[in-house]
Design a protein around this ligand. Structure first.
Ligand code: 6R9
Length: 659
């Protein structure tokens, strides 16, 4: 039953019929040159000068790639630059002072616009304040803020003075914050009194305070007053008020520190659903060049656009594609505070409408929710400003892909399904919307210059139609340079499995399983750990989930294995249905089983289908399979602090108990 790679049969990979990019899009695309793949290949690694050329350098680089000590690659060596200068100052010099840089949509309908000039003033003042607090070049500053403008301002202020930032997602616990500050030896913290989510005000400062108690070193803390009267704003020892500091340094300017291309720009702890968080190190030159290049080539961002990525800046997607990429290109980047369903389920479409958003980038988990809520919500608004849609974060199967294109993109917008990771820094796999055909269900080929290979357990490339391990054969500018304080772990996590150091062959392993077709389009199936062994066949849970979500009425699915010790592993499918769709009526359950059987094989038919209003998700929106597996097996649930919707766990347990 299993193919030679043991991932289950190739027929399990669903892709819809190819769609060509609309001519109206191609005509205006930043990149419409179909030779670009060849050009990059012929001229590798020098081809990457095209990315570096999008930046302003204080001193030109001497070498594009230094690969003397793999896997510790160095890009654009000898070059010097400042990321904040590239994202702010140079746009003022180009006469774009009054152009909107950041448009902020607050929780209570507040809208604020920061022009490039406003951003320049804010970044400079806060950079001056950080200096006065004692922050020096290379000191790690931790930022624990929700989606308010002070978050990107603080990141850029750090970049301006050469202090790497470590942004910790605001929803993480005091423990998580303390662990990250401790690991990074960070003595500076920026947080806020509290923030709103749905209707409620959360006290952020008390969490930050608890984290500080766990740390052995002193922490200088700056507090943004977000909630005004709603929460008392009392400052203690070593605590400063953000707005008072800004006031104190009103009008101050700070010369941007010229950083070596290989100096650290920031540290980002991975969202990992299991295990200890890893501090991924990104540097200044290669990272910024790569995010700017992909914002331009893949997301088609133009300076005159209003561009919106609805992620949280607390994750890599927000770093690369809300802050650094779009601002390096001088565009208007939208950020919003809150959730897509508050005050109503048309919140996002209202924002697109009001701001005439040109390019919209979101996650499959959000798209599946929109589909579940129904098309009436996007229909309430004028979305005709949209030119391009993107997704990132999880595989997207053909049905939600098509729903997104149809109901948000009016059947016209190209959709890019972009694959990348915290560790890759920037997009590595996607179609180029002005060049390539789209195949719903497949992310696309490796971008120009990116050597994506799907290999078997011996590192041999699999045949088209087969599945295997997703690897990258050549380095790229935006790649993580190491793990903070963990060169050995960096080597063993990502490079050991498929490299042949004795032959000088180095290959990055993503940890994902994927299939590749005869046109080199990659369908990402999910983490390799998310595989279940049924009667000796290793089945990809993602492939089964994709077969399930393609059933009419199904919104989301998560598949895990239940092993009873004596009998064979059973397939457990947790399924949520679209709005207005009663799971117990009609034959949804039967259709789910039939579709899994017909697309993958009888072996993939779920033994149990559990309907639930929602699936448990991490705070970055990823389905928490480990937990669902524990529930199916009646095991201890372990640490559930990464959950966004913990209340659903009890509901699911009750459902299973009833059944
Ligand atoms: C950017 C981001 C990385 C993991 C990655 C993969 C999954 C991301 C995807 C995708 C299928 C896509 N992933 N994009 N899977 N198709 N277009 O999400 O970074 O939080 O580090 O997660 O997300 O499994 O390995 P990060």
């Amino acid at each position: 039953m299993a193919n030679r790679n043991g991932w289950g049969r190739s027929r399990s990979v669903p892709t819809g019929s190819p769609r060509t990019p609309p001519e109206t899009f191609v005509e205006q695309a930043n990149l419409a040159d179909s030779d670009v793949y060849q050009t990059f290949d012929d001229d590798w690694p020098d081809c990457w000068h095209r990315a570096a050329d999008l930046l302003s350098w204080d001193r030109p680089y001497e070498t594009v790639l230094e690969d003397a000590d793999p896997p510790f690659y160095r890009w654009f060596t000898g070059g010097r630059l400042n990321a904040a200068y590239n994202c702010v100052d140079r746009h003022l010099e180009e006469g774009r002072k009054t152009h909107a840089a950041i448009r902020w949509e607050g929780k209570h309908g507040e809208c604020e616009t920061y022009t490039y000039r406003d951003l320049y003033v804010a970044v400079n003042e806060f950079a001056a304040a950080l200096r006065q607090l004692g922050v020096e070049e290379d000191d790690v500053v931790t930022i624990y803020l929700p989606m308010i403008p002070e978050l990107p301002i603080a990141m850029l202020a750090c970049a301006r003075i050469g202090a790497p930032h470590s942004v910790v997602f605001a929803g993480l616990s005091a423990d998580a914050l303390a662990t990250r500050m401790d690991a990074a030896d960070s003595e500076y913290l920026l947080t806020c009194d509290g923030y709103y989510r749905r209707g409620d005000a959360f006290n952020q400062k008390s969490k930050a305070g608890n984290a500080r108690l766990e740390l052995e070193h002193d922490v200088e803390t700056v507090v943004v007053d977000r909630l005004g009267e709603e929460l008392p704003h009392v400052l203690g020892d070593r605590e400063w008020d953000y707005h008072e500091l800004r006031e104190e340094f009103s009008g101050a300017t700070v010369e941007p520190v010229s950083r070596d291309a290989e100096d650290m720009l920031f540290l980002m702890y991975t969202s990992g659903t299991t295990g200890e968080p890893k501090g991924v190190v990104h540097t200044t030159g290669g990272y910024l060049a790569h995010v700017a290049w992909t914002s331009r080539a893949v997301l088609d961002v133009k300076a005159e656009d209003t561009y919106w990525c609805s992620a949280d800046i607390g994750w890599i997607t927000g770093h690369s594609y809300i802050v650094y990429g779009p601002l390096a290109l001088g565009t208007t980047t939208v950020m919003y505070e809150g959730t897509p369903d508050y005050p109503d389920r048309d919140r996002l479409w209202e924002i697109v409408d009001r701001n005439a958003v040109d390019v919209f980038y979101t996650a499959p988990t959000a798209i599946r929710a929109f589909m579940k809520w129904g098309e009436e919500y996007p229909e309430r608004h004028d979305l005709s400003s949209l030119r391009l849609l993107g997704t990132v974060g999880e595989p997207i199967s053909p049905r939600p892909w098509s729903w997104y294109r149809e109901h948000v993109g009016d059947g016209e917008c190209p959709v890019v399904d972009t694959w990348w990771q915290t560790e890759t820094g920037a997009i590595l796999i996607s179609t180029l919307p002005g060049v390539d055909e789209m195949k719903p269900g497949a992310a696309g080929p490796g971008l120009p210059g990116i050597d994506v290979q799907v290999v078997d357990e011996h590192g041999e490339e699999v045949d088209p139609g087969q599945t295997g391990y997703l690897t990258v054969g050549r380095p790229w500018p935006g790649m993580a340079r190491t793990l903070y304080g963990g060169d050995d772990q960096f080597r063993s996590e990502y490079w050991e499995r498929f490299s042949e150091p004795d032959d000088g062959e180095w290959r990055y392993f993503s940890g994902d399983a994927a299939a590749i077709d005869d046109e080199d389009y990659v369908t990402v199936l999910g983490r390799v750990d998310d595989v279940i062994n049924v009667s000796g066949s290793r089945l990809s849970t993602m492939a089964i989930e994709s077969a399930i979500t393609d059933v009419e009425g199904v919104a989301e699915a998560a598949v895990v294995g239940r092993s009873s010790g004596t009998t064979a592993t059973e397939i457990y499918a947790y399924v949520s249905t679209e709005g207005g769709f009663d799971p117990e009526s009609g034959d949804v359950r039967e259709a789910i089983v039939d579709n899994a059987e017909s697309t993958i094989g009888p072996i993939a038919a779920p033994d149990t289908v559990v309907f639930t209003p929602e699936l448990p998700k991490t705070r970055s929106g990823k389905i928490m399979r480990r937990l669902l597996e524990a529930i199916a097996n009646g095991d201890d649930l372990g640490d559930t602090s990464a959950l966004r919707n913990p209340e659903i766990v009890g509901e699911i347990q009750a459902t299973i108990g009833d059944g």
